[in-house]
Design a protein around this ligand. Structure first.
Ligand SMILES: [Zn+2]
Length: 143
């Protein structure tokens, strides 16, 4: 009668790296001996690709947001123009065309600019009212 011997399990290759707890990573390694997450070469390639993608998106975003066709005039002299830039920035950030960091910077600057532009408009209107009042007083004084 044949004796049943348990087939010896082949030791599975595992990743050469250790987890952050210091225990061996048990993931299946690639040709480098590391798993996908721990492969130093892939890590560098991933980081560089991400950075290139980020810069390209940032450039696209800046052009898209600031170009006249997409976001209206670049001159931001009226509250409506600033609001248009804000709306375009939000739209592009929502669709992923604009890098969120750039969108946040544009949003923050545009918020400051909007207040300044609105304040400038108020001052202009106040000056007009003051001039009209002064003119009325002068007319009453002359009468
Ligand atoms: Zn690993």
């Amino acid at each position: 009668m044949k004796t049943h011997t348990k087939p010896k399990p082949e030791p599975k290759p595992i990743c050469k790296a250790k987890t952050r707890h210091g225990t061996p990573c048990r993931m299946k390694p690639g040709a480098s001996g590391y798993c996908f997450a721990h492969d130093p070469e892939r890590d560098a390639a991933r980081t560089s690709a991400r950075r290139r993608g980020g810069l390209r998106r940032a450039g696209l975003l800046a052009r898209a947001v600031l170009s006249e066709d997409e976001a209206g005039p670049v001159e931001l002299r009226t509250p409506d123009e600033v609001r248009g830039l804000l709306a375009a920035t939000i739209r592009h950030a929502q669709t992923g065309r604009l890098d969120c960091r750039i969108a946040a910077t544009v949003g923050s600057l545009a918020g400051v600019l909007l207040r300044a532009v609105e304040q400038g408009e108020l001052e202009t209107r106040l000056a007009a009212i003051e001039a009209a009042l002064a003119q009325g007083q002068a007319q009453r004084g002359a009468a």
